[in-house]
Design a protein around this ligand. Sequence first.
Ligand SMILES: NC(=O)c1ccc[n+]([C@@H]2O[C@H](COP(=O)([O-])OP(=O)(O)OC[C@H]3O[C@@H](n4cnc5c(N)ncnc54)[C@H](O)[C@@H]3O)[C@@H](O)[C@H]2O)c1
Length: 330
Amino acid sequence: MRTLVTGSAGYIGSHATNALLKSGFDVVSYDNLSTGFRSSIPEHVQFIEGDVRDTAKLTKALRDNKIEAVIHFAAKLKVPESLTLPLDYYDNNISGTISLIQACRSAGVDKVIFSSTAAVYGTSNGDKGLVHEGSIISPINPYGSSKLMAEKILADAEPAHGIRSVALRYFNVAGAALDGKNGQRTADASHLIKVASEAAVGKRHFVQVFGTDYATKDGSAVRDYIHVEDLIDAHLLALGYLRDGGSSQVLNCGYGKGYTVLEVLETMKRISGASFSISHQNRRTGDAPHLVADATKLRNLLGWTPQRDDLELICRTSYEWEKRQSTAPA
Ligand SMILES: NC(=O)c1ccc[n+]([C@@H]2O[C@H](COP(=O)([O-])OP(=O)(O)OC[C@H]3O[C@@H](n4cnc5c(N)ncnc54)[C@H](O)[C@@H]3O)[C@@H](O)[C@H]2O)c1
């Protein structure tokens, strides 16, 4: 299937691009390089430097390449930044999705996979248990709100324009490719496992833990960490589902297991042998105490069976990748 990947030069998009190529898809990469890297995409892949809000350019890319499906990763995604720059988030993430749907309509593309997020749930589902797709939806930051609005736009696009979509609500994506060839390169990342890997290789002196008084076993927040390649497997299954005529869906992507921030840091210290310091900070606005996925729907509907559900493996692949980045020639 000829597939255009927006945000393909980013962390998750580049892993998806590699997996699509391996599975025999024709891939066109579309990215404005605001946070992504051209070098994360194999040289031979057609790369179009463009913004998803440039509807004319995107439409031309879809038409010229006879694209059949789009995977839409392109977005801004830093929660704290979204609190200070909400308009940028609404513009990029909502206007970007509107532009994409307009381009799909013009070019006759009727299949879209969308990167949504657990941030749409907010904090209203209590501090225990699993959240499922029918749990309370109540984002508490502009990032989560922007993604929720994009989900709604996609949901409305099926009855109105015949564009079917699968919105995948990612929990905490982490880790690097098992073959060691790709990993997370995000500058100034705030993702815990990336930050801990940077500390383990000496790029940071300490790791900050925001909130140590939550009602969890050690007081730090609980999250569900999913290996990036298991997440990408869900995208490939979702593409097959839409190709076979499936209707629009919203699906959680996580393992259904929660780890506290302090447990993750202990795991990183153990596998790396590093002893970075931990700085305890107050709770951060916009953070939920506990977010763990019920991904039953993803497993049942798409037959998703994760292969890398192992916190040590996630930390180790991330750490090994970071180590290679520190020693790679400039
Ligand atoms: N990383 C996570 O843990 C996580 C969790 C939940 C959801 N997500 C979602 O996954 C997607 C990918 O995240 P990531 O971690 O790979 O981030 P990333 O920053 O590495 O990748 C985003 C990519 O999109 C590009 N981009 C941004 N705005 C664009 C625009 N207007 N036009 C064209 N390209 C644009 C960037 O240059 C970058 O290459 C995002 O939609 C994000 O909201 C990520």
